[in-house]
Design a protein around this ligand. Structure first.
Ligand SMILES: NC(=O)c1ccc[n+]([C@@H]2O[C@H](COP(=O)([O-])OP(=O)(O)OC[C@H]3O[C@@H](n4cnc5c(N)ncnc54)[C@H](OP(=O)(O)O)[C@@H]3O)[C@@H](O)[C@H]2O)c1
Length: 298
């Protein structure tokens, strides 16, 4: 599997298995371990987590049923997790909020490590920018987490360019990735400077919901209908599937975008891997962009 080198210490596969839907899909025990092994057979050795997935149950189940249950597996896989979202009820709060204060990030890191049954993660991301937090304080927490060996590298998720640059300003080492929503369905990051900045700084872009959360397959909104037609025609022309084309559309971009899959079915994972071998033409790529936006580029 092709990888992206994010630093001297960290390389991630172009396809990363997202674990957000794990608990809802009922994946646990031997079935979960089997899914992880199938991922690894396909060359996918990186798993994306967050404390908020399944209210902590996704990390906990993965930690117990994969890492603790299968000695030796931890060294063969990379784990990404996140910190910084406080869901209602956590501290008696009525509202969800984002918290990147030092103590909050440090405590979340510890809790994730405990749930995941590991002493470090490969990559920790601040899940969403805390509007009330000074980036200097978030940077202090990230620096301590790296110094203590709790995360090999750190990055962010859902950060705009200015937020990324403000946090980077206070760090003595580079943020290695920005995980953002990016797909044929959601193309904003290609126009708001996020992807351009990643190329300028040689930072990784990790695309979440690479299939638009599955909406292109069944959505009845106009955008989904346009995309289903355009992507379907290109898939037919290549003798492949719509999901393969949607992943290939991301992989065709020069930023070496990594796709975080959401499927919990190993059959649905294969198209993501196969897409690495499908090079869309300029005409096909811009045609899908036009179907997404509803108009050709001027
Ligand atoms: N950083 C963030 O803020 C953030 C936010 C959201 C998500 N994420 C990460 O991104 C990952 C992926 O997000 P996502 O789940 O929205 O990704 P997605 O890949 O866009 O959507 C997954 C959905 O598509 C369906 N699907 C896949 N292949 C299909 C096919 N051939 N036909 C019909 N349906 C198909 C899946 O169902 P099946 O299971 O039946 O295949 C699943 O319901 C998450 O697991 C999480 O790790 C990060």
């Amino acid at each position: 599997m092709e990888t992206v080198r994010l630093s001297d210490k960290l390389e991630l596969t172009r396809v990363i298995a997202g674990c957000m839907r794990m608990v809802d899909a009922g994946k646990k025990g031997g079935e979960l371990l089997c899914f992880v092994q199938e991922c690894m057979e396909l060359g996918i050795n990186c798993f994306d987590h967050a404390p908020v997935y399944g209210g902590g149950l996704c990390e906990k189940t993965f930690g117990e049923d994969v890492i603790a249950a299968c000695p030796g597996i931890r060294e063969k896989i990379k784990i990404v997790t996140k910190a910084g979202i406080v869901v209602p009820g956590t501290y008696g709060n009525r509202h969800i909020y984002y918290d990147s204060r030092e103590n909050s990030l440090l405590a979340e890191m510890e809790a994730s490590l405990k749930r995941l049954h590991t002493d470090h993660v490969d990559l920790l991301l601040i899940h969403r920018p805390d509007i009330l937090g000074h980036p200097e304080e978030a940077a202090r927490a990230l620096e301590k987490i790296v110094q203590d060996g709790k995360a090999l590298e750190v990055g962010v998720s859902n950060y705009e360019v200015s937020q990324f640059e403000a946090l980077q300003h206070y760090l003595p080492f580079p943020l290695v990735a920005n995980q953002v929503e990016l797909s044929v369905k959601t193309t904003d990051q290609l126009f708001n400077g996020v992807v351009d900045t990643a190329m300028r700084l040689d930072t990784g872009i990790m695309a979440w919901s690479p299939l638009g959360g599955g909406s292109v397959f069944k959505g009845e909104d106009e955008k989904s209908l346009r995309l289903r037609k355009a992507v379907g025609e290109i898939a037919d022309a290549h003798g492949t599937t719509m999901d393969t084309v949607m992943y290939a559309w991301l992989f065709r971009h020069p930023a070496k975008i990594m796709a975080i899959t959401g499927t919990m079915s190993s059959e649905h994972l294969k198209p993501a891997v196969e897409a690495l071998a499908l090079e869309l033409s300029y005409d096909e790529w811009y045609g899908i962009l036009a179907a997404s936006r509803g108009f050709d580029v001027p």
